[in-house]
Design a protein around this ligand. Structure first.
Ligand code: PLP
Length: 407
């Protein structure tokens, strides 16, 4: 008799976005004359930078000619892209990352979901709350947790991000083996200082642990003191894997291109205590289960690193950060405290009220959709996330409506 992976039955169904859709649809059908503005989305709204579009067209033409046609490419990514990443994203910031330590992929979601496969099942996890749900759900599927009770899985060390710690979790008092960190954070928009990341690197070294550092939103960092990469921290090459994505950097959410950095110096241990480089394990996994990102997409991604591409992606991000600034100022004028929006596209608003209640208030009184914080974890209660991914017109209209509703 065929049987299922019963760990899947432990998954707490994530109703967040379907619940939001249900409530919004119900409101829209009851009030067809009142158009709704969505500030809840985690997807970009602006088109690809022109440099990427040109590169995409040129590469598509190459695929149309026998002499320049490309079939299967290297699973890890073409050298032109890996070298551009190593030079511009790492060497330029003083980080020693070689091109062959970079694995190009079709998304940071897949990479941060798949990476857990190379670790033992009985390791101890440290996972932030609130959190991008992929980290926890993929570990539940793999059988690394107990059942869910009251919104939390047994056996996981949760890293609470609260107003008390400025939404940057404290180092756990217990030992853990695999630590997920995300800065700038989704959903809170919080960033971590060099000293805070250095403490995590020291903790990982002390515990022979590994940090999985998701920096999908690093391009939004504008404060020159805030590190963009975990490898800006001394010693991180020995204990950290980093995930990056072109999704929010250059509007690639639908185009799909990302990368994962696995330094050759980061190790994990077998049952006998012998160290194994994770680079070799991830390379084995990647080449066995993945067949590379399409050549035209990699060409489009590499165009981000040209002079024109860099200027255009900066302008794109500046545009979203301009939205975020407007939202931040408005939120503060309404009397709420919030974090994010200065080095991140998300704002995390401490409403002090039930997060679904506040969601309903904004929907019914202002026809604006936000994301209730409780959907991202227990510590998200009392908060809502507002996203800066929208047109300026929509942001301005939404803020005016919310301001009027709260008055
Ligand atoms: N990591 C974080 C923290 C995210 O918020 C997202 C997308 O929302 C991703 C990764 C996924 O990125 P990608 O589009 O490359 O799969």
């Amino acid at each position: 008799m065929i049987r299922i992976n019963e760990h899947y039955t432990k998954l707490k169904a994530s109703y967040l976005f379907s619940d939001i859709a249900k409530r919004v649809n119900a409101y829209v059908s009851a009030h067809p004359a009142k158009p709704v503005i969505r500030l809840g989305i985690g997807d970009v709204t602006e088109p690809l930078p022109p440099a990427c579009v040109e590169a995409l067209h040129a590469a598509t033409d190459e695929m149309a000619r026998r002499a320049t046609f490309k079939g299967y490419g290297p699973e890890q990514g073409y050298a032109f892209l890996r070298e551009a990443i190593a030079q511009h994203d790492y060497a330029a910031r003083g980080c020693k990352i070689e091109a062959d330590e970079i694995f190009v992929s079709d998304g940071a979601k897949c990479d941060c979901g798949n990476i857990q496969e190379i670790f033992a099942t009985d390791i101890r996890l440290a996972i932030p709350d609130p959190v991008y749900p992929v980290y926890i759900d993929t570990n539940v599927m793999a059988g690394r947790t107990g059942p869910n009770a009251d919104g939390r899985y047994a056996g996981v060390t949760y890293l609470d991000s609260t107003p008390a710690n400025g939404y940057v979790p404290a180092i756990p008092t217990v030992a853990t083996d695999l630590i997920y960190l995300c800065f700038p954070n989704n959903p809170t928009g919080a960033v971590a200082t060099k000293a805070q990341l250095a403490a995590w690197v020291a903790y990982a070294k002390q515990n022979q642990a590994v940090i999985l550092f998701d920096s999908a939103y690093e391009a939004y960092i504008r404060d020159p003191q805030i590190p963009h990469s975990i490898y800006e921290i001394e010693g991180a090459r020995d204990v950290a894997i980093e995930f990056r994505s072109f999704s929010k950097t250059a509007g690639f959410t639908g185009t799909r291109c990302a990368y994962t950095v696995v330094p050759k110096t980061v190790v994990a241990y077998d049952a006998a205590g012998q160290a194994h480089p994770l680079h070799a394990l991830w390379n084995r996994r990647h080449t066995t289960k993945f067949n590379g990102v399409a050549y035209p997409i990699q060409k489009a991604a590499a165009a981000i690193y040209t002079d024109a591409g860099r200027q255009q992606t900066k302008a794109l991000i500046d545009f979203y950060l301009g939205n975020a600034k407007l939202i931040r100022e408005a939120v503060q004028s309404w009397g709420f405290s919030c974090i994010g929006g200065d080095n991140a596209p998300y704002l995390w608003i401490n409403t002090g009220r039930d997060s679904w209640e506040f969601f309903d208030l904004l929907l019914s009184q202002a026809q604006v959709v936000c994301t209730p914080g409780a959907g991202f974890g227990k510590c998200g209660e009392g908060h809502v996330r507002i996203s800066a991914f929208n047109s300026r017109e929509n942001v301005e209209a939404a803020l005016a409506r919310i301001g009027a509703a709260l008055r």
